[in-house]
Ligand binder design. Structure first.
Ligand code: DHE
Length: 528
């Protein structure tokens, strides 16, 4: 190398200290955890660790993960989530510094109580809050019951798709990181969304306008809407609360702290509505209890001949209006599936007792299920086969779909797939169930299963190399819509009988799609 005048000027302009030791001495300088957090974590977990698309990274939210396992998760990521591994970007000391940082409580305890919820509440169109009955006509000519909402995670938008013409008719910006299925009012006029960072939005499907919004939590799981269209229940990871809102304008009714009789509090895994019971069912993440909140004004109810007295003081977690009953369980149960009558609840435990059936009338466990790996019951479906009702669930850890007889609760078949799957779907008018392969080298595959023979009859590869996932049918079951989870993605429409492609509608990472009719009729082939 030639020693030029430029090099001399550069050398003379450097401060003496910088000549004495290297500018960056990662062996001796302690890693700046705050800075590392801002660079690598804040985009998903929030600048103040309060959670955004990823969960909040605060000590109380990390109890289950534990300090010991945290470095592995940072290095290798977490299956079935968007958490990627950072081993290629961070060394062991930097990862250890980040673990210390996230297990240190913030100076101020994060809180999202009634005042903040009320302060966040906005009604954009007061005239649409009650449905504007006189002019209750859609602003488009499409069948409002055969619309689909498609959540496009790629750029945080929602598309409204006409299920007859198979064309989008409208597209609007949503809150960031919507999660879970949007929930329709019983007539399909309104729909409610929840974002991972707590925003609840109400959208008018006739006028194509966002009516109102409220931020109900810092890290929200999902919502459920009462079958009488009066209430929206929000389940939160942070704070550990349930938040009950009025369904008309999303104003706050009450915040319910979630804890057991001994003061141990819990995150809410998910909330569900059980229409025949006029109740919400609540899955808890940290305590072995299932909660049921009753929203009707006229207790007690009779279920299948059994009087269910929910005013019994025993086991009452919440008194007064919206009483909550606890069901004590041996294990912490997650991820629920219900039979069509909402008599039995099927949940997964995290230990080796994977699947358990709870009867909601006698309020106790009635069966264990032979499930291994990580069954994804939330994506379970049911249908009739040989005079029996069977349920089927994909598994996000193992490559098969389990089919279970709902009379004997025995597994009748494990259908081997090319990899673990996330979503399973069908329709009353279709002889097939569709399951994706969500993980592994065959993520671009979609299996079509005959619901009677329980054999895979076709394996589709709609976009080689790109993840294909999540199927939803048109209201008549004639077409099956598959998502290509890519920024340059699409909805691929298949003829549900011939299994031939009909058309492709470009979309930006279309995560899930939700047909109004199938949802409000609680089709046995889709989630509710
Ligand atoms: Fe989901 C629904 C839990 C990660 C996409 N997911 C649900 C529901 C639950 C749940 C309890 C039912 C709520 C409802 O519809 O009201 N999901 C979880 C998890 O615990 C998990 C594994 C970890 C987490 O980060 O929360 C998880 N989910 C994901 C993803 O990473 C997915 C694939 C991408 C994303 O957008 O976050 C994802 N989840 C979905 C979708 C639904 C869903 C598309 C609605 C399915 C439907 O058809 O109803």
């Amino acid at each position: 190398m030639r020693f030029t005048a430029h090099w001399l000027i550069l050398l003379l302009s450097l401060p003496l200290a910088s000549l004495a030791k290297p500018a960056k001495d990662s062996a001796r300088t302690a890693p700046d955890a705050r800075q590392l957090y801002a660079t690598h974590c804040a985009a998903c977990h929030g600048p103040q660790r309060l959670g955004l698309s990823g969960p909040a990274l605060l000590p109380e939210n990390l109890k289950r993960l534990g300090r010991k396992r945290a470095p592995k998760v940072i290095a290798e990521g977490r299956p079935a989530t968007q958490m990627q591994g950072f081993a290629d970007k961070l060394d062991a000391r930097q990862i250890a510094a980040l673990v210390d940082y996230i297990f240190t409580p913030p100076k101020q305890r994060p809180e999202w109580g009634p005042d903040r919820i009320r302060a966040s509440h906005v009604v954009y169109f007061p005239e649409l809050v009650h449905g504007d009955a006189k002019s209750a006509k859609p602003v488009y000519s499409a069948d409002p019951l055969n619309l689909f909402l498609v959540v496009e995670a790629g750029d945080h938008h929602v598309s409204v798709l006409d299920g007859d013409r198979l064309e989008p008719i409208y597209r609007f910006a949503s809150r960031r990181a919507l999660h879970g299925g949007p929930k329709y009012s019983s007539d399909g006029r309104f729909v409610y969304f929840a974002s991972r960072d707590g925003w609840i939005s109400k959208f008018d499907m006739y006028k194509l306008k966002t009516v109102a919004e409220t931020r109900a939590g810092i890290n929200t799981r999902n919502i459920a809407v009462s079958a009488d269209d009066r209430y929206v229940l929000v389940g939160n990871y942070l704070p550990h609360t349930l938040v009950l809102l009025r369904a008309d304008d999303l104003s706050l009714i009450k915040v319910i702290p979630v804890h057991d009789d001994f003061g141990n509090n819990s995150r809410v895994s998910a909330v569900y509505v059980a229409p025949p019971r006029e109740s919400f069912i609540i899955a808890l993440k940290d305590i072995p209890e299932i909660w049921e909140m009753f929203y009707s004004d006229h207790p007690p109810k009779v279920f299948n001949g059994a009087v269910h007295d929910y005013h019994m003081a025993e086991g009452l977690a919440e008194k007064g209006p919206f009483p909550i009953k606890r069901i004590h369980t041996d294990d912490i149960l997650d991820d629920f599936f219900f039979d069509q009558g909402y008599t039995n609840l099927i949940g997964t435990a995290r230990d080796d007792k994977k699947g358990q059936v709870f009867n909601l009338i006698v309020r106790r466990k009635i069966a264990d299920l032979d499930l291994t790996g990580m069954p994804h019951l939330g994506s379970g479906i049911s249908w009739k086969r040989n005079g029996h009702t069977v349920m089927a669930t994909p598994n996000i850890a193992e490559p098969y779909v389990s089919v279970i007889d709902m009379d004997s609760w025995k597994t009748i078949k494990r259908i081997k797939t090319l990899g673990p799957g996330f979503f399973l779907r069908s329709h009353e008018n279709s002889p097939y169930a569709w399951v994706d392969v969500f993980f592994g080298p065959h993520r671009d595959v979609m299996h079509v299963i005959d619901k009677q023979s329980l054999e895979i009859v076709k394996t589709l590869r709609p976009a080689p190399g790109k993840t294909s996932a999540h199927v939803e049918f048109t209201r008549d079951g004639r077409y099956a819509l598959v998502s290509i989870w890519d920024m340059d993605g699409a909805i691929v429409v298949y003829d549900a009988k011939t299994l031939k492609e009909v058309k492709r509608i470009p979309m930006k990472k279309p995560v899930g799609k939700y047909n109004v009719y199938n949802k409000i009729h609680r089709s046995e082939g889709t989630s509710h």
